[in-house]
Design a protein around this ligand. Structure first.
Ligand code: ZN
Length: 319
């Protein structure tokens, strides 16, 4: 089923919905809804209180018959949980590793206090696009490690922990009876991913796990609804990133040069190429083993990092 990439709620299978936020770049995340009878499970809230309120209003308009009793946060990035407070009656579920990061996270306060121009480039643009006022963090009441089976009415939903990969505790939300998978940020479509923690090898393993699941409809954390071919392509990107970063590190190539010289053949259409600095940097951090280069330092340098102009990269049609 081809799902149009338009902002709002889309039924992607029987009683199963995706809430999409084009264009999927910094902070523009997707969410999901699984319904059975009057019972519903929400996959992720959004980056801000107003955005999450708009989503919940639309859900209430389309499905006034249901109550969201369970909220799953796929991982600890703010664009997947900073609206949690609007669901005070739902049981919030996350992996233990994700919950630990959420409890220690105060980034929303920093972002709300920033004045325009304090950061540069894409990150500054992101901060100015969202209203971070009024966020009162609501944390998971139920945590797990590995996997967890949840009931939504008479349907089953399976949570599968695949992190550390994108973040320390990433979880996939599998809805077997609909052959649907909500990946959180284990899948980015249309843009370069962001590697926060890695390891990238764990992320590649997560792609293999997805490719082995009996699923047809895949909702990424960012970008349009896709199928397995996009997961295969994304896996190729991660393999190339890891290979390029490891070889560059071995050869003593400075990080910025390494980030600028990855071969983007086949990936020239991806947006947010400035993220290459974070992604190659994350592999360098893995290999250095001493915490450097630290992510915050890289984030504050994103604006000055001259990302490769992907429009100039040669692409192979039909890939
Ligand atoms: Zn995200």
């Amino acid at each position: 089923m081809a799902v149009p990439y338009r902002r709002g709620l889309h039924e992607i299978a029987a009683e199963t919905y995706a809430y999409l936020q084009p264009d999927g770049s910094w902070g523009w995340s997707n969410a999901g809804l699984v319904v059975s009878g009057t019972d519903a499970l929400l996959v992720d809230t959004l980056f801000s209180v107003p955005l999450t309120r708009a989503m919940l209003d639309e859900i209430a308009a389309v499905r006034p018959d249901v109550r969201i009793r369970t909220l799953v946060n796929t991982h600890s990035d703010g664009d997947h949980w900073w609206g949690n407070q609007l669901l005070p009656d739902a049981e919030i579920v996350a992996s233990e590793a994700t919950a630990a990061v959420m409890r220690a996270d105060h980034t929303h306060e920093l972002l709300a206090a920033l004045s325009p121009g304090q950061l540069s480039g894409a990150v500054d643009e992101m901060v100015r696009s969202f209203d971070f006022d009024g966020i009162v963090p609501a944390y998971p009441a139920r945590t797990f490690e590995g996997g967890l089976d949840l009931a939504v009415g008479d349907r089953g939903v399976r949570l599968i922990q695949v992190g550390p990969a994108h973040t320390s505790g990433d979880v996939l939300v599998h809805v077997p009876d609909a052959k649907v998978l909500f990946t959180g940020d284990i899948l980015f479509v249309g843009g370069h991913p962001v590697v926060h923690t890695g390891p990238v090898s764990g992320w590649i393993a997560a792609c293999d796990l997805i490719l082995d699941l009996d699923v047809e409809t895949i909702v990424p954390g960012h970008g349009p609804v896709v199928g397995k071919p996009e997961v295969r392509r994304f896996r190729e990107y991660l393999v190339r990133l890891l290979d390029h970063a490891v070889r560059s590190h071995e050869a003593g190539v400075p990080l910025d040069d390494a980030a600028r010289t990855m071969d983007l053949t086949g990936f020239a259409d991806l947006g947010n190429s400035e993220r290459l600095l974070l992604n190659v940097g994350a592999v360098y951090r893995e290999l250095n083993g001493d915490g450097t280069p630290d992510e915050l330092g890289l984030l504050t340098r994103l604006g000055e990092f001259a990302a490769p102009d992907v429009k100039d990269a040669k692409d192979q049609p039909g890939e």
